[in-house]
Ligand binder design. Sequence first.
Ligand SMILES: [Zn+2]
Length: 283
Amino acid sequence: MSRTILSLHAHPDDESSKGAGTVAKLIDEGARAVLVTATGGEAGEILNPAMDRPEVVNRLAEVRAGELAQAAKIIGYSTVEMLGYRDSGMPESPDNARREAFCNQDLEDVLERVVEIVRRERPSVVLGYDDHEFYPHPDHLRVHDLTVQIADAAADPHRFPDAGDPWTISKVYAPVFTSERITALHQAMLEHTGESPFAGWLDRLDRYAVPERRTMRCDVTGYVDQGREALRAHRTQVDPDGFWFKVPTTVVESVYPWEDFELIHTNVPWTEGEADLFTGIDR
Ligand SMILES: [Zn+2]
């Protein structure tokens, strides 16, 4: 079996906030992981007051590439490929209208580039995005478009014949936040401190409900801190005292020690209660 995972993300920092503990754990267990990041994150707002300085702002793409390299190393990725598209920013923003923005590229051209990487790296599992209706960033929606097409495109000998020999990806998953996770952490924080960073989320919990979805939970006990350390490497984007770190690791690991994934595509039989991205893949 090719125990290779390929993660496809929109911006530097997404690899650390979505499924990082699972990837770190699988690498620890012998898997190889390849990170593909579509944009340089040039339109990201600096969310860490300590980094909001002209010498950082003026060379944000370069700074973010350095942060990405450091985060990828912490998680354990063996390869990082940046596709080099420009961050599209949010709809209606000037960044969104720029010709070099990721969202303004021909999808077929982008798909061919990702197919070429897949055929070269030969992952059995690809991680991408679900439909992202609760966070409709144009770059995330683009990654979703690639996610739903990548398995068929990479395996089809008639598509992109110049991009290498066809390769069959066994499973495609998307990391997801579930309402169950939010509710469990919210309750635990109320019990521990009387305050919860998820208080504002409760009226939109239905967006995170996953009925009908084929989801898989990976136990990341012992890997939560590694994911957080990777996220902290994104010093311009992540306030070290901010939202992501409000729930202590001990609380996460005692009430909801899992990362959740939605199955987007599979070539192998799927069984309820899969505990590993590689479950069912035997070649
Ligand atoms: Zn992003």
